[in-house]
Design a binder for this molecule. Sequence first.
Ligand code: MTE
Ligand code: MO
Length: 313
Amino acid sequence: MRVIKIRKASDCREQDVTPEAIYRQRRAFMKGSMLGAGLLLGSSPLQAALNITGYREKVVTVDEEITPFKDATRYNNFYEFGTGKSDPARNAGEFDTSDWKVTVSGECAKPGVLSLEDLIDNKDLEERIYRLRCVEAWSMVIPWIGVPLATLLKRFEPTSKAKYVAFRTLVDPERMPGQKRAVLDWPYREGLRIDEAMHPLTLIAVGMYGKPMPNQNGAPLRLVVPWKYGFKSIKSIVAIEFTEQQPQTTWNMQNPREYGFYSNVNPKVSHPRWSQARERRIGEFFKRKTLMFNGYEDEVASLYAGMDLKKYF
Ligand SMILES: Nc1nc2c(c(=O)[nH]1)N[C@H]1C(S)=C(S)[C@@H](COP(=O)(O)O)O[C@H]1N2
Ligand SMILES: [Mo]
């Protein structure tokens, strides 16, 4: 079993290196994969206002080759822009994320409607290299830029009744043409137990590869929960709600036999229609073994101590 270490800021050797220098190195490493990046990026004034270059290089949990930018931005799941893997790259280009608002409500002392800049404090931004493993048995390694969800949630002072956190994506069929069809029961919904939400690995990402979040990857802000199947990592979030009851989640509503609330990456629990024991890293040919909790077992297994993960899949 591969051991994943979360580096503390104090251990970080790259701490004194500028992001630009890091990206020059990585760009060479990624063999030209950044070509054309400028065309794909969202460029709203609000995203620019998030000083995305000022983040701290901090947490590296994966010692594996970073997925080329072009693969991570051209092979996506984002049903609001179509159900095909290349639909989001094709259809999300015009998506206007300026003036974005996020409503925070429910079991907390300080609910509110916040702009992106009010929600995300530049000084909290970090780069975190995480794997993301789709339930469809492909995976990728992405340098995300974001804020730990816990940092963000604590400001709203959740009450003792806040047992879960529910998330919702924007509903606007004019801007998200995939919503003109009822392929899912819009809005896309996701949820986490409060301890999962507060776990230090759980990230609200506003960028990747040193740039603002591309539209097809969930601009302007999305969740990244690296030990769960990709569908938990909800994109283009407009609402966060602290709840007492377990919230409804899109894929569980759609097909409860195939998709549970927890959806932890687990090679021992097959999807009813395919095995979860192996995965294909996008851009690669040969499959590799899927690791328990996507390789984050040391960090997160304690969250599920005593739970039957075949029952709570
Ligand atoms: N709002 C919304 N969020 C979503 C989805 C979606 O269809 N709509 N797809 C999910 C799925 S199934 C996966 S695998 C990841 C894919 O993220 P990526 O396209 O950035 O790789 O986004 C998740 N978040
Ligand atoms: Mo997925």
